[in-house]
Ligand binder design. Structure first.
Ligand code: ATP
Length: 704
């Protein structure tokens, strides 16, 4: 449909390659955001910038950007060739907006209250999660029942063995016969129990992993569907922590743990029943200890649930910090902040440690109590059971069986308390996950009108637009902004840093909705259009290149609607249209060169040409001049017949535009043909251009 171009103050050209696989009607090229812009986005003052040098209207940029737009077909992203200190890189760029991340306001953050009782809906959520695995889990429970029955029958039969030894001690032969048959039978039963136990563990663990995987997939899908403002409020590291750590805590709380918990319940129930069967009076006496222990377990479980939630939140914050610093390592290194960042991270992890210590204290007290009560139970059995045996009310075998059941019941109660505590941890960690999973995005991803291809001309209208970012409602970016871009025209948008050039593009891509006014494409309000379709018809090219850590081939194919259906010929054709084919072929692995995260490995790959002739001037600087022409040419080809919005600072780029719009004071202050606007000596555009020219001269002089 149309093309949006954002360009910086230095050399920049456009290079078409991935866009070959798509058909945008609008392309946007963007420059690298400045430090001042980054600071502004964080809501900080720009004092640093003004103390270093006067705020330029168009700050000089460090990198050149080459971008291309493909011809027909659905557009998802745009490859960018970027010549910088790292060398020349090729990148797919889907959205070039330099979005700001700002601290979530308490009202906007996901709620964090922990109710003291597990709400029924949380239990239902957990059950729903386990539902797809119901058959495996049911089979697991079946095997569990058999293996528990075997385990719990063991003390009874072992008691019989003891009684056989004692009662038939006089008749050695019959004792040996009974003992042999009993032992053979018991060995068979135990073998069967062992097999059932193994089957139970396998079924429960594999369905556990499946549940965790389903949970992660649903969560990731829910996160990716959220509107862009959601990501301004919720930080990447935190979301990643939810995806990795919280899902695992929740998943294991309902699988391995559930399996162990069920086993503990079954064994405790069977054990208690057998204790009553053998000696009701002794069982009533021994089990008096259970009610106080159960009360203690409930209090402990509640504490655990709340502390687990706090621990997961604290961990998410620590991960957020680590993610942000590691992904901006160059900035950290440039400012020599490694040690202070380590301190900050250590403080965050210290907080996690403090919470873990509190949990450890409670755990120590609780498990100390359960251990003590278990031993007290055994002691009481020996005491009272010994008296009953002495008074001939119990045989030695019965006492032995009873003692073993007491052991089992003790172990099962300990297992139950551990099950309960892990389950409570799961509920604690799950609170935030449910909110993320249930969150409805503010705008739909793939709903709304789709215009027939023949109706699409690419006329853009910004009508009375007022807008402020959701995280900074008090700072309006636009107020009653009006701008019209006729279909097929090239419109250059200029303005000082922070005047809202990128924000205009974000609104056009419907990354945010306007507060008032509307944006139309061929007279259709973009809010009525399907956002997925809309973005598919807008090519955006940013100066800030984004490469995924896979091969150049995969990076180019990323732009296609169905990357798996893209053939090698498609990739080569796209690269040729972008004038990037020869350049890519110079790498030893050609299109299979793995570019590494953000493309860093690409600069490490020495092109063959340089390897062959080390005396040649550095490859990239030689290629730059050549590429400048190639990319410019490719871009010009691609701009034909499309509406193009260029965000640029250099007069050489702007003067080819049909119209220039100058952004100032939250609206379009001047609009007209570049020559006409330059003719107005008092005009804002003229002043901006003079400042730019001055800066370039200054730059040149500094370089000399
Ligand atoms: N996601 C965001 N959340 C909050 N504020 C933002 C966001 N993105 C940009 N801003 C703010 O909006 C204002 C306009 O930013 P924008 O990036 O559109 O300006 P620009 O003219 O493109 O600037 P530059 O040329 O320096 O990139 C700035 O004050 C910026 O801090």
């Amino acid at each position: 449909m149309c093309i949006l171009i954002r360009m910086s103050g230095c050399t920049r050209r456009v290079h078409p390659s991935r866009l070959k696989l798509m058909q945008p009607r609008l392309l946007w090229l963007e420059h690298r955001p400045t430090l001042s812009a980054a600071l502004r986005r964080k809501g900080q003052s720009t004092g640093l910038k003004s103390s270093l040098h006067p705020t330029p209207a168009f700050p000089p940029r460090a990198a050149s950007v080459y971008t291309t737009v493909p011809p027909r077909g659905p557009l998802r992203s745009v490859p960018v060739l970027c010549s910088s200190a790292r060398g020349l890189t090729l990148t797919p760029v889907a959205f070039a907006s330099s979005s700001a991340s700002s601290t979530p306001t308490p009202a906007e953050s996901v709620k964090t209250d922990t109710p003291t009782v597990v709400p029924l809906r949380d239990i239902k959520r957990i059950m729903r999660l386990a539902y797809p695995e119901r058959w495996r889990l049911a089979a697991g429970v079946g095997f569990l029942t058999v293996s528990s029955a075997v385990t719990m029958s063991a003390p009874f039969f072992l008691g019989r063995v003891i009684d056989t030894i004692y009662t038939s001690a006089a008749d050695t032969e019959s004792m040996a016969a009974s003992l042999t048959s009993l032992c053979i039978m018991l060995a068979g039963v135990f073998l069967c129990g062992g097999a059932c136990n193994a089957a139970r563990v396998y079924l429960m663990e594999s369905s556990g992993e499946q549940i965790i995987r389903n949970l992660r997939a649903s969560l990731f899908s829910s996160i990716l569907r959220q509107e862009v403002a959601f990501f301004d409020r919720n930080k990447t590291g935190e979301l990643i922590n939810r995806l990795s750590s919280d899902t695992s805590v929740v998943g294991s709380s309902i699988t391995d743990n559930l399996s162990d918990g069920l086993r503990a319940v079954a064994q405790a129930a069977a054990g208690v029943s057998m204790m009553f069967y053998i000696s009701p009076s002794l069982a009533s006496f021994v089990l008096l200890i259970v009610p106080p222990m159960a009360g203690l377990a409930i209090i402990y479980g509640r504490f655990l649930r709340s502390i687990s939630k706090r621990t997961q939140d604290a961990l998410a914050q620590a991960t957020q910090l680590a993610e942000e610093r590691i992904s901006n390592m160059r900035t950290v290194r440039a400012f020599g902040k490694e040690l202070s960042e380590v301190d900050t991270y250590t403080q965050k992890t210290d907080y996690v440690l403090n919470l873990a210590r509190k949990e450890a204290m409670m755990r120590a007290g609780f498990f100390g109590m359960t251990g003590l009560s278990g031993n007290m139970m055994i002691l009481s059995v020996l005491f009272k059971g010994g008296l009953l045996t002495a008074s001939q009310h119990m045989t030695v075998g019965e006492l032995s069986s009873f003692l073993m059941y007491t052991f089992w019941v003790g172990i099962s109660i300990a297992g139950l308390s551990s099950f309960y505590s892990v389950l409570m941890k799961g509920f604690g960690a799950g609170a935030k996950l449910w909110e993320l999973l249930d969150r409805k995005p503010e705008f739909p991803l793939n709903e709304g009108r789709v215009l027939p291809a023949d109706q699409l001309k690419g006329q853009l209208e910004f009508c009375d637009i007022s807008f402020a970012y959701p995280t900074r409602k008090e700072t309006p970016i636009f107020q009653n902004l009006n701008l019209s871009v006729p279909a097929g025209n090239i419109m250059a948008v200029v303005g000082s840093s922070g005047s809202g050039k990128s924000s205009m593009v974000s609104l056009l891509l419907r990354l945010y909705d306007t507060d008032a006014g509307k944006i139309t494409i061929d007279g259709h309000d973009i809010r009525d259009l399907n956002p997925f379709w809309l973005r598919g018809h807008i090519g955006t090219v940013s100066q800030e290149p984004v490469l995924f850590s896979c091969s150049i081939r995969e990076n180019i194919a990323y732009g296609a609607l169905n990357p798996d259906a893209v053939t090698t010929e498609d990739i080569y054709r796209a690269a040729k249209v972008a004038n990037a084919y020869d350049f890519i072929q110079t790498f030893p692995k050609g299109f299979d060169t793995v570019v590494g995260e953000k493309g860093v490995l690409l600069s490490g790959e020495e092109p063959k040409q340089q390897l062959m002739n080390p005396k040649q001037p550095p490859f990239f600087s030689a290629l730059d001049a050549e590429n400048e022409f190639l990319v410019q040419e490719a871009l010009e080809r691609l701009m034909e017949g499309r509406t193009v919005v260029i965000i640029a600072h250099r007069l050489s780029t702007i003067k080819n535009a049909d119209t220039v719009a100058v952004l100032d004071q939250r609206c379009i202050a001047e609009c007209g043909h570049p020559t006409e606007l330059l003719g107005n000596k008092e005009g804002l555009f003229r002043k901006l251009m003079e400042k730019q020219a001055f800066l370039q001269e200054e730059q040149q002089r500094a370089l000399i």
